[in-house]
Design a protein around this ligand. Structure first.
Ligand code: MG
Length: 163
């Protein structure tokens, strides 16, 4: 892979690890708030993000490229309401979708069809990620300030299994 595409992949590895950091921080927040179902959901999400990073990492290595791990920024330490949190999760996934699309364009500009094929998986995955985040946001929005509804949702989110 050429230097530009390789740098793009290395950047994306960082973004995926940052997403893992963000969701793990949110998970810890929910755990502290005794919303262990939401905490579980976020922890599963964090693990998926690590898998995304590793998938990109493996692709670079299989192509004979060089993985250069970058510093990962610290996630926020304070979080708002569940509605605010899931809004920020959806916004974050939309941002990642934009990054993946840009990387796909970069690969096209470099005629790197193998990279594009790898990124097709991520394009489909982002449709899922946005759909999941959007559905979760809709549900916590419906629960609103109703504590009983929130607890019921927490229990449901706690049953999310590894994909
Ligand atoms: Mg991801």
């Amino acid at each position: 892979m050429n230097d530009t595409v390789q740098a793009g992949f290395n950047d994306q590895i960082k973004h995926e690890f940052y997403a893992a950091y963000l969701y793990l921080a949110i998970s810890a927040h929910f755990e502290a708030e005794n919303l262990s179902g939401f905490a579980h959901w976020m922890k599963m999400q964090a693990k998926e993000e690590v898998e995304h990073a590793l998938r990109l990492h493996d692709h670079v290595l299989r192509r004979g490229g060089r993985v250069q791990l970058q510093p990962i920024g610290a996630p926020p330490a304070e979080f708002g309401s569940p509605v605010e949190i899931f809004s920020s999760v959806l916004a974050h996934e939309k941002k990642v979708t934009g990054l993946i699309h840009r990387l796909f364009e970069m690969a096209g500009e470099a005629s790197d069809w193998a990279a594009q094929q790898e990124l097709q998986w991520f394009i489909a995955e982002q449709v899922e990620e946005e759909d999941n985040a959007s559905a979760a946001l809709d549900q916590v929005t419906m629960a609103g300030d109703d504590k009983a509804a929130l607890l019921m949702l927490d229990r449901e989110f706690g049953s999310r299994i590894e994909e």
